[in-house]
Design a protein around this ligand. Structure first.
Ligand code: DC
Length: 228
């Protein structure tokens, strides 16, 4: 089996982005951060002063927004995100936009618009896509599915470090409160809640380096390959 599609799902702060980016580089696949697309819609909602409760207006925006990924210079460099021609790579990473992304991602019309775009990105060849519903909804037939998780404490520490490194001042308690709220919303929403696909390999990233996790996934791919 030669995988064409690798789906990596899991909660915020489990280390999905680093792992997915490294894995895509090793396999020579396209890397897609689907969360960045929900964040891009959230940013446009805020910029256009749309009421997030106006589901029709938000879904319309999700259908018309043009999101383009720009590969980073190196395998471990962050991927650029352009929305309607503007570089929003940094602007979508602030905590306020993460919260708003979690809110707009619960709107069915937003999900269907972005899932269509994500599926289109997967038709161009090998892809590693990370998110919450990649192995369950976007690519239910993906050859390789991984559910990456970590303890809530470790995830909060990781996100705190990440947010500080982006020049945004925050406390670990604030990050943990925000994380608990988002986890609850992402797991309990009516459409495509965060769930583990039955055929996913579950990996805990606690105490592991991204390279170790990539190694585990590559071994899993080898096993699947030898089986079929
Ligand atoms: O992975 P992230 O933190 O950048 O995602 C931002 C929000 O987008 C997150 O709270 C849930 C939502 N999301 C989603 O619902 N489905 C995805 N496939 C990816 C992200």
């Amino acid at each position: 089996m030669k995988p064409q599609t690798v789906a990596i799902d899991g909660p915020a702060g489990a280390g999905k982005s680093t792992v997915a980016r490294l894995l895509a580089a090793q396999l020579g696949f396209l890397y897609v951060d689907s969360g960045a697309m929900y964040r891009a819609v959230a940013l446009k909602v805020r910029e256009n002063a749309i009421d997030p409760a106006d589901e029709t207006a938000v879904a319309m925006l999700a259908r018309t927004v043009r999101i383009v990924f720009v590969p980073g210079d190196t395998a471990d460099a962050e991927q650029g995100v352009h929305v309607d021609g503007s570089d929003v790579t940094t602007a979508i990473r602030v905590p306020e936009i993460a919260s708003l992304a979690s809110v707009v991602s619960a709107i069915p019309g937003v999900r269907s618009a972005l899932v269509t775009q994500q599926q289109a990105l997967g038709t161009q060849g090998g892809v590693v896509m990370e998110g919450r519903d990649i192995g369950t909804v976007v690519f239910p037939h993906a050859e390789v599915k991984v559910f990456l998780t970590a303890s809530p404490d470790e995830r909060a520490v990781r996100r705190h470090k990440d947010i500080l490194s982006r020049g945004v001042d925050t406390t670990i308690d604030a990050v943990r409160a925000d994380q608990d709220e988002r986890d609850g919303r992402d797991a309990s929403r009516a459409v495509s809640p965060l769930t583990v696909a039955p055929d996913a390999l579950e990996i805990s990233s606690d105490g592991k380096t991204p390279e170790q996790i990539v190694g585990e996934i590559l071994r899993h791919i080898e096993t699947l390959r030898s089986e079929g």
